[in-house]
Design a protein around this ligand. Sequence first.
Ligand code: NAD
Length: 507
Amino acid sequence: MSTATIPTQTAKTEPCPLYINGEWKHIASDQTTPVHNPSTGEVIAQVPLCGNDVIDQAVAAAEAAFPAWSETPPAERARVLFRFRHLVEAEFDDICLGISREHGKTYAEAKGDLQRGLEQTEYACGIPNLLMTDSLENVARGIDCDSIRQPLGVCAGIAPFNFPAMVPMWMWPLAIACGNTFIMKPSEKVPLTTNRLIKLLEKAGLPKGVLNIVHGGRDCVDALLKHPKIKAISFVGSTPVARYIYETGAKYGKRVQSAGGAKNFVLIMPDAEVEHSAQGIKDAAFGCAGERCMAGSTAIAIGNAGKTVLPALVDVVKSMKVGRTDRPPQQQPHMGAVISSQHKARVVDLVTQGEKQGAKLLVDGRNVKVDDAPEGFYIGPTIVDNLQDGNILTKEEVFGPVLNVLHSNDLESAIQIANRSSYGNGAAIFTSSGKAAREFRHRVQAGMVGINVGVPATLAYFPFSGWGDSFFGDLHIQGKEGVAFYTKQKVITSRWFNFGEGDIWAK
Ligand code: NAD
């Protein structure tokens, strides 16, 4: 069954093979779903939708590769990643153009996507150090204790559409550096970037079976979740699916880290520096067309900030140019299209419902047109003010270029509003008061906090530490928690009774 919704196919489609046991495989199947270029609406590839049989093959390959790979010294495993990084650098710009084409984000945003992904690889290159552990002599007389970290076995990763390079690379580089073998399922909306990157990993000398790619949607994910040989699942996506992955993975005995959706608050104090704050909030709300789990989607203007920063923000947002991102770097707009026509319709509908429920549109991007791409999935930047409690826009994760604005009299009530959210990915404050910033970072219920930084997404060496409905599990993605997730600890307590023959103390 094809899930294609837009039948037009004016561009030449690219192949989208699977990668199993070191071979690129094209499966003959009428079970496909289309990949679009969001800038034009054209179909650029058809993704095969894999099920149990393909997952069995991928798991068998990963299982067979595990003994040799897990015994490969960490420094040798790291060397493959060093070579991979070098190969990506050589093709960096071209890979970024590919990201823009299949996702719709601008070239500059695609560079950020790939750069952040590469930083995961750089972190994983330090694996000999990262795997070093604790030891203590004489825990009792003549008895020593030390711990070691060993890989889990076959692990799997399931990614969302919004960062085609970075999010899959939150998963596989560290997992394989730790000595695991891996099955990656990229989003079926943006599968081409992962295929391209893994071709370079293959060229870097990764042994066959260590990293496998499968494609598909729900059936493919279910087959991974329920497979008895898979030890751990890393997931990133929307909250309802993240919760399902966590519950089902746990039911099938797996270790799970499952990152979900978000609704991040940005507080604007009356003493916030106007120009920088307006720019920072614009970038937070409309970067990647708002399709970021760390997007600043709700601003709370405190006191006079509604009269200073808010008008400056509206001005800067009105000057944004929306357009095609499948163009050379010098011809890029400020913002590209959203991922699909369905997503565009959903975002427009949420704004319309919000308006009917009393919200006031300060900037309305619902009817934006891009002349040379009438079929592209465009929505212009939208700012919605005067939102009352209960308005649909305050409840749903919109995941598009829509900024909600609320007002409050003081910092205390603004923190209370932010803390009522069931999500807890990120939160930011714009202020020139150290005291206000300190109060905010101490009390806000979110795992990643920005102070005069609109998108406080953490770098590879810190955990991506969402709270609440933004994360299910114990050990977060990235950093030392990532290493702990992909390894199990063994603690060895040892005592020796006799010296052997030939030891100088043997008598
Ligand atoms: P999604 O949940 O629709 O899909 C994510 C993955 O799950 C895809 O690979 C998809 O094939 C699979 N999937 C979808 N429905 C499924 C189902 N019913 N059963 C099993 N698998 C299913 O998410 P998306 O639309 O691709 O991505 C956007 C979402 O991801 C947003 O909610 C965003 O906030 C979130 N996100 C979160 C983080 C984070 O770190 N917390 C980072 C990036 C994106």
